[in-house]
Design a protein around this ligand. Structure first.
Ligand SMILES: Nc1ncnc2c1ncn2[C@@H]1O[C@H](COP(=O)(O)OP(=O)(O)OP(=O)(O)O)[C@@H](O)[C@H]1O
Ligand SMILES: [Mg+2]
Length: 246
């Protein structure tokens, strides 16, 4: 790649600045798995908002409903009751192709287990979401390198996931989540498989991209060290919100 100066931002399109307006609105959401006496009521009337340009942490014990809620906000599953909107669009108004496009174009996902494709290099992994949008190879490669530089992995673009540390793999996953310049990044315990120091550096990276890319992040975590980096904390207990604060 040419020796050009790092851009202040890698965002490719105009985005509304973090003006504190809600980008995600969750209104009285219920979700059950199964039915009848065996039904598990994972969410029991959850309402909260994620504000644009903020890092919101969703905390709560194991089984409190964090993953269930993130999957619903990400359009990976449909709530059994209540409403969720992203940037003013009611998710219930979208059909399957509409949800697919929303997930591909507007949301970046980061998972606990990184979810990288082992046979692809770091740069190719970052390029995957752009391939889904048929971005030309040259543009894809250029942007993948810019994003890897952003997450501090400029010198590791050609390495495969197995040749990277856990923290480096999660940085690649963050770069991949940014590939299509999403409005929202949803991260489910992104530091859960990392030691506390590496975990903290990944969280600081998320913190930094919220600022530099004016992206919004919703992250589930039980890691108390990470909670302090959030702008806002929402706490779930047994499928209900028990606390919300800055
Ligand atoms: N596919 C499923 N089928 C049945 N029950 C489920 C399913 N997924 C989740 N649950 C149940 O829903 C509840 C909430 O689970 P969820 O995975 O959302 O919790 P969590 O807060 O993410 O926990 P963790 O911190 O362990 O990841 C739990 O009681 C869980 O057993
Ligand atoms: Mg979970």
């Amino acid at each position: 790649m040419s020796n050009h100066q790092e851009p202040a931002t890698v965002a490719t399109r105009e985005r509304r600045e973090g003006d504190g307006s809600p980008i995600v609105v969750v209104d009285d959401v219920h979700h059950s798995f199964g039915s009848g006496p065996q039904a598990v009521h994972a969410l029991r009337g959850v309402s909260f908002e994620v504000r644009r340009g903020e890092l919101t942490a969703l905390r709560g014990r194991s089984g409190s409903g964090k993953t269930t809620l993130l999957n619903l906000v990400g359009g990976l599953d449909t709530p059994t009751g209540g409403r969720i909107s992203l940037d003013g669009t009611d998710l219930a108004s979208l059909d399957e192709p509409g949800l697919l496009a929303l997930r591909r174009d507007r949301i970046g996902f980061v998972f606990q287990s990184f979810g990288l494709i082992p046979v692809l290099t770091a740069a190719e992994n970052v390029g995957v979401p752009m391939r889904l949008r048929r971005v030309p190879a040259k543009v894809r490669e250029e942007r993948a390198r810019t994003l890897l530089a952003l997450v501090g992995l400029a010198d590791h673009a050609e390495q495969r996931p197995g040749e990277l540390s856990g923290g480096q793999q999660q940085r690649v996953a963050v770069a991949r989540a940014l590939a299509n310049d999403p409005d929202l990044i949803i991260a489910d315990e992104p530091t859960g498989q990392l030691d506390s120091e590496t975990g903290r550096s990944v969280m600081e990276l998320l913190r930094a991209v919220v600022r530099s890319e004016s992206v919004t992040v919703l992250v589930a975590t039980h890691d108390p060290n990470l909670i302090e980096l959030a702008d806002r904390v929402v706490e779930l207990r047994d499928g209900r919100i028990v606390g919300s604060g800055s």
